[in-house]
Each structure stands twice: as C-alpha cells, then as structure tokens.
Design a protein around this ligand. Structure first.
Ligand SMILES: Cc1cc2nc3c(=O)[nH]c(=O)nc-3n(C[C@H](O)[C@H](O)[C@H](O)COP(=O)(O)O)c2cc1C
Length: 378
C-alpha cells in the first residue's frame, strides 16, 4: 500500500544512515572580506521568489504526506515556514489524489502556512501515464489542496529503478511538462531527488522552459540507499553508491545553460553551504532530511534548526561583505582542482570557470597569432 511506503521512507530516513556521496561544498571557498564596511545587523538576506518575499533564500525540502506521521511532520514544518517566512515544498501528492481520504495530511500545510511560499509536488513517471485531461486535473487538484504558489515535478529515475514496486516510466515526460507549463496557472519547478541535473538535461528542459530547476544533487539523502534498505537488497546500492552529479557541480552545470531560477539542494547541511550555493549561481537553497529529523523531534527543534541556518547564512554574507543576496551572487569564490577538472572536462562555462577562460583567452590568442606567423614565414 502506498501509505505504508511513505511511512517506511520516513522511518528509514530517520533511523538509518541513508546519506551517500559528497555534495562537494567543502571544495569551494568564499573569500574572506576583512573590511565589510557594514555592521552585522545591516545584512539583508531577504529575497523574492515567485512574488513571495522570503526572510532568507531557504525552502523546506519535499518530504512527505499521506499518513498520520506525515500529517504531523507537514503541520510542524508548515507552522515554521509561516513563522519564519520561508518556502516549503510538500512531498508527492499522488497518494492524496488516488486516496482522497489522505488529503488532510497535505491540507494542514495550507492551513498552517497561509502566507508562506508553498510548492505542490507530483512525480514525473506518474504524470507521464496520464491523459492530458487527467494530468491537468491532477496538477490543479494538487495546487488547490495546499493553495500552492508553484508546482514541482520530480524526476527520479534512480529511485524508481531501485524501488521494489518502482515505476521507471520516463517516456513522454517532456511533453507532459510542456503541457503543465502551458496550461497550469502556476510557476513550474523541475527537481531531482538526490542524483542531480546535468547540463544536457538542463539544456533540454530549457526548451520548455520551467521557471526553476532544483538540482537535488548527490551528497545528501540517497533514494538508492533508502529503497535498497526497504527491499533488503543492498548490494546493488553499494555498486551505485556514488551515482549522480554532486550538488555543487550540478549547480555549475545547470547555470551554464539555463536562464531561469536555480534551487540548490542535496546534502546542503548548513548556512555556509547555502551561501556558497548562491555565490556560484543558485537563487535559493533547500534541505530535506535534516528538516525531517528536526520535525520528528518537535517544533522547538525545527525552530532551532532554522535559526541556526539563518545565522550561518547571514554570517557568510557579512564575512564576504555582502549586504544583500545580489552582492553574495557576485562574491569571489575559488574552487579546488577536483572541481575545476570536472568543469573543464565537461566544458562548463560557469562562474567558477569564467575567470579561468578569461585568463586563458589572451594566452590562447597570442599562441594562435604566433602559430599563424610561423606558418606564413614557413
Ligand atoms: C523521507 C523523504 C521523502 C522524500 N519524498 C520526496 C517526494 O515525495 N518528492 C520529492 O520531490 N522529493 C522527495 N524527497 C527528496 C528530497 O526532496 C530531496 O531532494 C533529497 O532528500 C535530497 O535533499 P537532502 O539531502 O537535503 O535530504 C524525499 C526525501 C526524504 C528524505
């Protein structure tokens, strides 16, 4: 039963080590500014996303719905989203559409967070099998259920592959995304669930284009691990333990080809990771499993987690001399060789490689000129 699966996801994510890979945020460094020329209190971390002002660019990640435990988690997180004025995704709402008696577990989000930025959620494989009419009905129902400001469709081929009752159906997804973009009156977000979005996928999506891409890269919660624990077959998961694009690299890949908003997630574990994500090209960041662990402990724990996250994010802004988030986007950042080697091999033109290409361009043109001269004099 679909509800049992939702509860198993929550139980395994809360009780086992389900994080894999490395998001690679430790491989980049923001440059310390010893002369910020402002007080800490002058830092303004607010941003506006889809018309909603957030107190800082943070969105509680997509987690759950459909069961009693999920309802408590969703209500707790929604209360915090409202109090802190941040965004919140809900988990996949398919369960509530096929079993309307479970819709209450999502409706609590609309009730507890009437003003916060709320994001509805459905999975690509499920929407790919619906007729166009059913698809529009499903998406509108998901939006109305929580009074959502935007709709996220998640791409999760690895999860579906490793899930015992998985549905690895990814034919026709693009045309369904295009239809949602055209017909549904809400911004569209396309997200992964922990294996990242490549430059090629972002380029293909740009033909739609969604209003935001949430990279949900490798380095945090692994659904390959969660589903393998559920099935009792962990040896295949060991083979694929590092499968995916580390979050930091996925942000660079997507930002090199896609003009819309970028949300960073997957293994973001503190406000400094979040600040680095923004400095290399994201517009907001998101955390899922840490929010689940806090929500299961209770509302005070969620408040403590968000307060800490916000302080760390503001501290990174202050220490880079960034008065607002636009300044942070321009903050200088350096990357290790591991990062650069990936980006060069992939031909990624992003903030981390631009200065390198700019430095190399004059050298390359001198080399080319000399080669031409040598040829002519021959
Ligand atoms: C228990 C659990 C359930 C999740 N369910 C969904 C879901 O229904 N829809 C979705 O888009 N992502 C879902 N995710 C994926 C997260 O939104 C996120 O992409 C992923 O966990 C990586 O972020 P993290 O490392 O901060 O946990 C779920 C994550 C967890 C831990």
């Amino acid at each position: 039963m679909i509800q049992n699966r939702k509860d198993e996801h929550l139980r395994i994510a809360a009780s086992s080590n389900v994080e894999e890979g490395d998001s690679l945020f430790d491989e980049v460094q923001l440059i310390h500014n010893a002369l910020p020329e402002m007080d800490f209190n002058d830092v303004e971390p607010e941003v506006t996303i889809f018309g909603k002002k957030l107190s800082f660019p943070f969105i509680i990640g997509a987690l759950t719905g459909g069961t009693e435990t999920a309802e408590k988690v969703n209500a707790t997180l929604a209360k915090a989203a409202e109090e802190f004025n941040i965004g919140m995704y809900v988990g996949s709402q398919r369960v509530a559409i096929v079993k309307p008696e479970t819709a209450r577990s999502f409706k609590v989000v609309g009730e507890n967070a009437p003003n916060a930025l709320k994001i509805a959620n459905l999975g690509a494989p499920q929407v790919s099998r619906l007729s166009d009419r059913e698809l529009i009905d499903w998406v509108n129902e998901a939006v109305d259920m929580i009074n959502a400001d935007a709709v996220a469709i998640h791409l999760n081929p690895a999860q579906e592959l490793f899930q015992p009752e998985g549905e690895p159906w990814f034919k026709n997804v693009l045309s369904k995304l295009r239809l949602i973009r055209r017909v549904v009156n809400r911004p569209l977000i396309v997200k992964e669930v922990g294996n990242g979005i490549s430059m090629e996928v972002a380029k293909t999506l740009s033909n739609i284009p969604p209003d935001a891409i949430d990279v949900a890269g490798l380095g945090g919660t692994s659904f390959i691990r969660i589903e393998s624990i559920r099935s009792g077959e962990t040896s295949e998961a060991d083979v694929f333990r590092n499968w995916g694009i580390p979050t930091l690299l996925s942000i660079c890949e997507v930002s090199s080809v896609y003009d819309g908003l970028i949300f960073a997630s997957g293994g973001i574990r503190n406000g400094l990771d979040g600040a680095k994500a923004i400095a290399i090209g994201a517009n907001a960041f998101s955390m899922s499993r840490p929010m689940l662990l806090s929500a299961l402990k209770g509302y005070d724990s969620v408040k403590e987690t968000i307060n800490k996250l916000m302080w760390e994010f503001k501290a990174a802004m202050f220490l880079t001399g960034s008065r607002n988030v636009n300044d942070l986007k321009k903050a200088p950042v350096v990357a290790s060789l591991t990062i650069l080697l990936w980006l060069i091999q992939r031909g990624v033109r992003c903030k981390l490689t631009m200065s390198m290409y700019d430095t190399l361009k004059p050298i390359a043109s001198v080399l080319m000129n000399n080669l031409v001269r040598i040829r002519i004099s021959e």
